[in-house]
Design a protein around this ligand. Structure first.
Ligand code: WT7
Length: 617
């Protein structure tokens, strides 16, 4: 397969553009590069839903399973064939149409991992209605700000989601969000748990009622022929300010990029049963649960629940029952299984596994080896894939069967990807800032509504180079090793969280005068969030104050952003010019003196902060 790397990138992407995707109108120009904006497959017209669903049915593969869906309650499962997926997508599309959704109507989707999640995304794509999927763990405030920023008129949600045998009230959160984001005209509610919800007449409709008499015939519900550069979706992600960025992904380049990388990196075969155990609410799920695998006509697993419900062998039961051949997950999940011990995997026959993938954060060699030994029977290759919400597709990864795999290395840039590491002067060095030097098909087309921020964030530090925000090292063989973020972005369990976003959530609490947030290493989640907080009026911290602040962060952003440690301090260490000394706080947080539970005002830590601050000015 190494021949792949030797190809001319333009020939490669021209060929893949024709092979991976069906066009209503073929493209005439591969690419236009007007830095920092790229356009791909110009002149082409296509539809992502057609490519992910209809064409497979038309080609006679309607009886192939698209998703083996596993609900969280044991035994709650569904084999969704491509033909059935098509019927359900058409039904969803027609329901959205009835509610006034058409080309250019923006739709927010706030669902758990139910079949209706990919179905709703595909229905939007069918109509040319851009979507934004908001992860179910985000709070009402976070949902409202995304709805507002994108100008969504319609919201799709569900009554409640299952979570470890309990329920999470998504509709109730959506109600709060809609109160704060009044632009939403209609709210479609999928019934999942049958739990209590309140419905606002004229605005809210049950999906099962609204879709009851809707036509399911694809012939009466054509896929809109869309421009190659038509907006497919926005995915919000944290940057170095309090406001998440709406990353713009368009249709053709994105679809070709994710389908191509999915095919080569995961070495797809006719008998592949593929499982990406991420949540569709993140880019990983968009690219490698929905658009990539469906475009390739693959059979995937879609799982609603957590790895430990009802028991810690749930994943391995699913792998065994469906004969999963390719598993793609995050290091934090692998470390969690590692902590539980290999006996849960050992209860099951995992001999179907051929290939293992990792994504989201650097994988430590111990986790890499455990994954390969206990899940991959000591022989499955582990491909560690580096990419970002912004890149849309896998950018740096080993290709299975091409050379030795090194535990902890992400291998080499994909075909046509030019990656380099630069020092602060912009000179190539072996260990430096990771930048990307050449446009790729699935690259972001900007930040929604904020062109200046797009330029400032990615293109101003090294003009002409895309700044990833990561540090990396290139070894003598040309293999890349990721060293973590170099900016104010944290990575907790593979989730990207901005320090400033958590700080502003804390300062928003009426008791807080000042807050500084940083990350410390954590053996399981990669990083954990540490907050240093000064309360107003010289108030002392207390366990109640810790609870209140954690709740406040959960309300403003979501549980995923709640600090593991809150350290109350009478003041924050500052330089003479008044800047918070973040590096110092980070060093203290990383010293290991905090443990892994909440630390209250520990006088010695605070003393140390003071002492060091005093010493360094
Ligand atoms: C950041 C992007 C890409 C989908 C999931 C996260 C880190 C991602 C790796 C990897 C080391 C990685 C980087 C990157 N990251 N994959 N294989 N090795 N670090 O997407 O939320 O946009 O986060 O995740 O720091 O910049 P995201």
């Amino acid at each position: 397969m190494s021949a792949l790397w030797d190809q001319d990138p333009d020939e490669f992407w021209t060929r893949e553009g024709r092979a991976r995707v069906d066009w209503f109108t073929p493209f005439h120009t591969l690419r236009e590069w007007d830095p920092p904006y790229a356009k791909w497959y110009l002149g082409g017209r296509l539809n992502a839903c057609y490519n992910c669903v209809d064409r497979h049915v038309e080609a006679g593969h309607g009886e192939r399973v698209a998703y083996h869906w596993e609900g969280e309650p044991v035994g709650d499962r569904l084999a969704l064939t491509y033909a059935e997926l098509q019927r359900r997508v058409v039904r969803f599309t027609n329901t959205l149409k009835k509610l006034g959704v058409g080309r250019g109507t923006n739709v927010a989707i706030y669902l758990g991992m139910v079949p209706e999640l990919p179905i709703a995304m595909l229905a939007c794509a069918r109509l040319g209605a851009p979507h934004t999927v908001v992860f179910g763990g985000f709070s009402a405030d976070a949902l409202a700000s995304r709805i507002d920023d994108m100008g969504c008129q319609v919201l799709v949600t569900q009554d409640e989601a299952w979570r470890r045998g309990r329920t999470v009230p998504l509709k109730a959160v959506a109600d709060k969000a809609m109160a704060a984001a009044p632009g939403v005209r209609r709210c479609v509610v999928v019934r999942r748990t049958d739990g209590p919800v309140s419905m606002t007449p004229g605005r809210d409709v049950w999906y099962h009622e609204a879709s009851a008499h809707v036509d399911e015939d694809p012939a009466n519900c054509p896929c809109e022929p869309l421009d190659a550069e038509a907006l497919l979706f926005l995915m919000y992600t944290s940057g170095t300010t309090a406001k998440p960025k709406g990353i713009v992904h368009t249709t053709a380049g994105y679809l070709v990029g994710v389908a191509t990388t999915h095919r080569y990196v995961f070495d797809l075969q006719p008998d592949t049963v593929y499982w990406c155990a991420a949540d569709i609410g993140w880019i990983t799920g968009h690219s490698y649960i929905v658009y990539g695998p469906l475009c390739n006509g693959v059979t995937s697993v879609l799982y609603e629940g957590t790895p430990d419900f009802p028991d810690r062998d749930r994943w391995w039961d699913i792998v065994e029952r469906h004969g999963v051949t390719v598993l793609y997950t995050a290091p934090t999940a692998i470390r969690t299984h590692m902590k539980w011990g290999p006996e849960f995997a050992a209860r099951h026959d995992l001999s179907s596994i051929r290939l293992l993938g990792s994504v989201g954060e650097p994988i430590n060699p111990e986790a890499w080896s455990w994954y390969r030994t206990h899940i991959g029977a000591g022989r499955a290759p582990v491909v560690d894939t580096w990419w970002q919400t912004e890149t849309g597709m896998i950018m740096i990864s080993p290709l299975p069967g091409s050379g030795t795999l090194k535990p902890g290395s992400v291998g080499r840039p994909f075909v046509g990807v030019e990656a380099a590491t630069l020092d602060s002067q912009g000179r190539p060095v072996a260990n430096g800032q990771l930048v990307l030097d050449r446009p790729w098909p699935a690259m972001l087309r900007g930040i929604h509504g904020d062109p200046q921020r797009y330029v400032d964030t990615y293109w101003s530090k090294y003009p002409g180079h895309y700044l990833t925000g990561d540090g990396a090292r290139i070894d003598e063989d040309g293999d890349f090793w990721l060293l973590g973020r170099l900016d104010d972005v944290m990575n907790v369990s593979g989730h990207r969280i901005s320090t400033i976003e958590v700080e502003s959530a804390l300062v928003d609490d009426r008791s807080v005068a000042e807050a500084a947030v940083c990350a410390r290493p954590d053996p399981r989640t990669g990083q954990a969030i540490v907050a240093y907080v000064t309360l107003k009026g010289g108030r002392e911290g207390s366990p109640d104050a810790v609870d209140e602040l954690r709740q406040h962060v959960a309300d403003k952003i979501g549980k995923l952003a709640v600090p593991a440690n809150i350290v109350f301090t009478p003041e924050l260490p500052k330089t003479r010019s008044g800047k918070i000394m973040r590096r110092l706080l980070r060093d203290i947080a990383s010293e290991g003196s905090l443990g892994d539970t909440t630390t209250l005002a520990d006088p010695s830590v605070v003393e140390e902060i003071r002492a060091r601050a005093a010493a360094s000015v």
